[in-house]
Design a protein around this ligand. Sequence first.
Ligand SMILES: Nc1nc2c(ncn2[C@@H]2O[C@H](COP(=O)(O)OP(=O)(O)OP(=O)(O)O)[C@@H](O)[C@H]2O)c(=O)[nH]1
Ligand SMILES: [Mg+2]
Length: 689
Amino acid sequence: MSAIPLKNLRNIGIISHIDAGKTTVSERILFYSGKIHKIGEVHEGAATMDWMVQEQERGITITASNTTCQWGDCQINLIDTPGHIDFTIEVERSLRVLDGAVAIFSAVEGVQPQTESVWRQANRYQVPRICFINKMDRVGANHEAVLSQMRERLAARPVLMQLPLGAESSFSGVIDPLAGQMLTFPESENMPATSPIAPEYAEAAQSAREAILEAAADYDDSILDDFLEGNTVEPERVYAAIRKGVLAGGLFPVFLGAALRNKGIQPLMDAVARYLPSPLDMPPTPAFNPKTGVQESLPCDPRGPLCAMAFKVFADEGRKLTYLRIYSGTLHAGDTILNATRNQQEKISRMFRMHSHKRDRIETASTGDIVTAAGLKGALTGDTFCAVDHPLILSGLDVPEPVVSLAVESRSVEDREKLLPTLEKLLWEDPTFKVREDRDTGQTILSGMGELHLEVITRRLADDFGLNVKTGRPQVVYRETIRKEVEHHEVFEIETEGKMQRGELRFTLTPLERGAGVQITLDDENPAIQLPPELRTALREALEQSCRTGIRSGYPITDVRVTVTEAPFIPGVTTMMGVCAAAQKGFITAAQSADPTLLEPIMALEISTPSEFSGKVLTFLRQKRGRITGMESRGDMEILRAAAPLAQMFGFMTELRSATKGRGSFTMEFSHFDQAPKEDLERFGFITG
Ligand SMILES: Nc1nc2c(ncn2[C@@H]2O[C@H](COP(=O)(O)OP(=O)(O)OP(=O)(O)O)[C@@H](O)[C@H]2O)c(=O)[nH]1
Ligand SMILES: [Mg+2]
C-alpha cells in the first residue's frame, strides 16, 4: 500500500496532439521532482519515458508509459501518452483509468484536429484537466490565440492563471497575478526565483487577477461579494473555488511555459497538486455484480471489495505484464484473484511499480493506485479483476476500428511457424490491432489504425522477436452495408446420426444512418421468441459473427439493425447447431437481397501550406476526391481542412512535400465510413462492369 494518504495521490495523464511537448514536460517533471538526475531530450533519443527503440529513433511517443514521482506531499502517478492518432488507443486506455490530466498545447500550432479528438476523449471520460501552453519561446508563439481556439473549437472555458514575461526567444518567465509575483527560472536553480510584479506589468496583472476571480466566483458566491465590497480575497479561497470548477469540468486553468528551456514546470506541478483530483474526489465507481445482477457502487476504500481494471497488457520478453488501476480494496503479490470478465481465476505472481520501462517490486497495493502484475495469463485490455467470491465488472473502454490493412509473409519456413504465435503476443497488447487469414490467398493480413501503426508492428516483429517479414502495400479496410430493408424467414433442418437438428427464425434487416454500427435486437418481451436463454445467446452470437464476416467482400457489415421477430422452440427438436445454422444461412440470403454495397473510410485532414502553393494543393486534393471543409490564414500559411478517402491518401506526405517545396505538412484522422466509388464496387463484385 502506498504510504501516503489517498488525498495526496494524483493519477494524471499528459495528453495533446503530436509534438506539443508531452514527453519533454514529463521529463522535466521527473527531473524537478528528483526522480531523475539528468534531463534526457526527445530529439536526442534520450527521454526517459520514450524508452522503446522505435520511439527514440522516430522521436515520437508510441506507447503510453507511466512513472511515479513525489511533489511536495503529493505522490503523482504520471502517464505520458502519444499524440499520433495511430496510437489513440494508448490515450483511450489512459483516460479510462486516470483521475485528471494535463492538456498540453503548442503556443504556435494551437488547437489542431487531434487536439480536438483528445479533448473529446477526455470529455467522454469526464476527466478534469488543467492546461499548459508550451513552446512560448518559439517564433510566432501566441497564447491569446490558443485561448480563443480553446473557447471556439473546444467549447471550453479557459482561465489564464499566468501572464508571460517577455515573448518568443526572450520569454523568460511568468507573472502569477494571484500570488502577486513574477517567476523566472534560473538554469542553476531547481526552484523558480520570485520577485514582486514590476510596475509596467501591474495593470495587466490586475485585470488578469480580476478575470480569475470572476471565474472562481462562479463556484463560490462569497468571492464575488468580497470582491465587490473591496474586501481581501485570500488566494487559498480562490484556489479552492477554481478546484471545484476543475472537478466539475467547468473551468480549465491555463499555465504557460517552454519545457525545452526548463521554464514553467514547477508552477505546473504545484497546479497538479492544487487543482487536480485525488482518488477520493472521484465519485464512487459503478461496477456490475454478475452473481447478483446488481450494479454496485464502490467508494474508494482499501478495505472495500477488490476491484481493479486491466487497462494495458504488455508482452515483456514474451511474458505478460498487466497494468492495473485499483478502484477498491487491496491487492497482495501471491493473491489468487478472479478475472470476472473471462470468469477465470488467476494468481498474481509478482507486483511492481513502474518507472517507464524499469520496475520496482512491491508486495501490496491498494485503492487509487496504478501498478503492474505478472502472472495474469488470460488478462486482456479492459478486463476487471476482483476477489474470487465477489465478482465485479467495470465498464470497458471504447476501442476504435482499424482502417488500414497490410499483407505480411514470412521469409522462411521456420519464421512462418513463429509468425502467428508472435502476432498473438502483439494482439494481447493492442486491441486496435487485428490479424486474419485471407480466405482466397491464404496470406496473413494485419489491420490497424494507420500506416505508421502497422509499420511499428512489423518493425517490432523484427526488433523484439527476430522475425523478418515481407509486407505488401497498405490497403484500405472497407465495410459493407445494405440499402434496402428486407424481412426474411429461414428454417434449417438436418438429420445427423438419427438426431434432428432444427432452427427457425424470422427477422428484419434495416439500413441505419452512417456511423450507427450494428444493432441486434432480440426482444425479451416478445412471446414469438421462445428460445431458452442459452439458445438466445447462441443466436445473438451467430448473428454477430455473420455481421463480422460480411456479405461479398469479406469486410464486416456496419450501419445495420437486425431485429429478430420470431424464433420458435420445439423441445427435443430445436438445437443450438440448428439455430446457429438458420441464423447464418438466413442472414446471408437476406443481406444479398437487401441491396448490399461497400463503404470506404473517409479521413479528416488539416493541411498547412504556404499561401503561394495553396491553389496547387487544392487542385490535387480535388483530384483525390477530397472535399474542402474550411480554410483559414495563419501568417503566410494557409490552413486547409478537408475530407478525403483514405484510399487516396497513401503516400500523401511525399506528394504534399514536393508540391510545397518541403514546407507543407498535414495531420489526418479517421472521420467516418461513406459510399465507396464505382471501381471498388466492381472490384468486389457488388456491380458488374
Ligand atoms: N522550442 C521548443 N521546443 C520544444 C519545447 N518543448 C518541446 N519541444 C520540442 O518539440 C519536439 C516534440 O516534443 P515531445 O516532447 O517529443 O512532444 P510529444 O508531445 O511528447 O510528442 P508525441 O509523444 O510524439 O506526441 C521535440 O523536438 C522537443 O525538443 C519548447 O518548450 N520549446
Ligand atoms: Mg511524447
